[in-house]
Design a protein around this ligand. Sequence first.
Ligand SMILES: NC(=O)C1=CN([C@@H]2O[C@H](COP(=O)(O)OP(=O)(O)OC[C@H]3O[C@@H](n4cnc5c(N)ncnc54)[C@H](OP(=O)(O)O)[C@@H]3O)[C@@H](O)[C@H]2O)C=CC1
Ligand SMILES: O=CC(=O)O
Length: 289
Amino acid sequence: MEVGFLGLGIMGKAMSTNLLKHGFKVTVWNRTLSKCDELVEHGASVCESPAEVIKKCKYTIAMLSDPCAALSVVFDKGGVLEQICEGKGYIDMSTVDAETSLKINEAITGKGGRFVEGPVSGSKKPAEDGQLIILAAGDKALFEESIPAFDVLGKRSFFLGQVGNGAKMKLIVNMIMGSMMNAFSEGLVLADKSGLSSDTLLDILDLGAMTNPMFKGKGPSMNKSSYPPAFPLKHQQKDMRLALALGDENAVSMPVAAAANEAFKKARSLGLGDLDFSAVIEAVKFSRE
Ligand SMILES: NC(=O)C1=CN([C@@H]2O[C@H](COP(=O)(O)OP(=O)(O)OC[C@H]3O[C@@H](n4cnc5c(N)ncnc54)[C@H](OP(=O)(O)O)[C@@H]3O)[C@@H](O)[C@H]2O)C=CC1
Ligand SMILES: O=CC(=O)O
């Protein structure tokens, strides 16, 4: 199977490398073209614009930072829309809001192409290990044709119906994750300020009903104030913002998520946006100093 891949950030690089390892022919494009070099070493071909990738490949996957990037890659000069046509499929796996996804769907299908949104749950390591959880929606036939690729990228693929449902589900999952990360950060800081060992707190949490891979994976490095970016904080804040907008639309009161969003905003204002989202603990420490 030949696929195009647009966007070689933390996730896109891991996902496209995985596809190459599993025998897919992959043609890549990235806004900063030099980031394609490493993929070429693994056997990928490169194009100079999203439109060129679409022209070459029957199926193209995108993994871009946010709604603005997802729209730009489709609608701008040299973008997806210039070459999408009947017989081609576009699968956008970026985390965006439903409105963005619907706009892209309308434009792609208006040109005779097919569209699936497929945001993923799981971070850098699950992307490297092909263990993502894929939250797809849109064209069912394209979803089914994409299963060989999804099976390489993920451990489970959900088909959630109409375009927008994948985006909404992903935002809800990440809203829960961002809120949990804040409660966890407050607990670690409170333990430390109360004269208790935050490492012992991790051991206690791990033995009880609240044990989870996120606390287990991030806790030890948070206790060392180390935040190598797996999921950049600026993207987690984007997801909180978009999830809160979804809450507004549906009149769902979400004070916990709103407070968590404020902490992520604070962390961004402290210059921590490119670090891992667990760096939000620095905003918690800051507010108590
Ligand atoms: N990291 C993670 O753990 C996870 C991330 N996600 C989601 O996946 C998506 C990608 O995340 P991640 O790989 O971490 O992000 P990165 O910030 O590492 O990569 C972002 C990618 O988007 C590209 N990009 C940004 N703006 C534009 C633009 N205006 N036009 C074209 N390309 C653009 C970047 O290109 P360039 O290299 O030129 O800057 C880069 O390829 C996000 O939506 C994120 O929320 C989902 C699950 C897990
Ligand atoms: O979107 C981030 C993730 O870890 O999932």
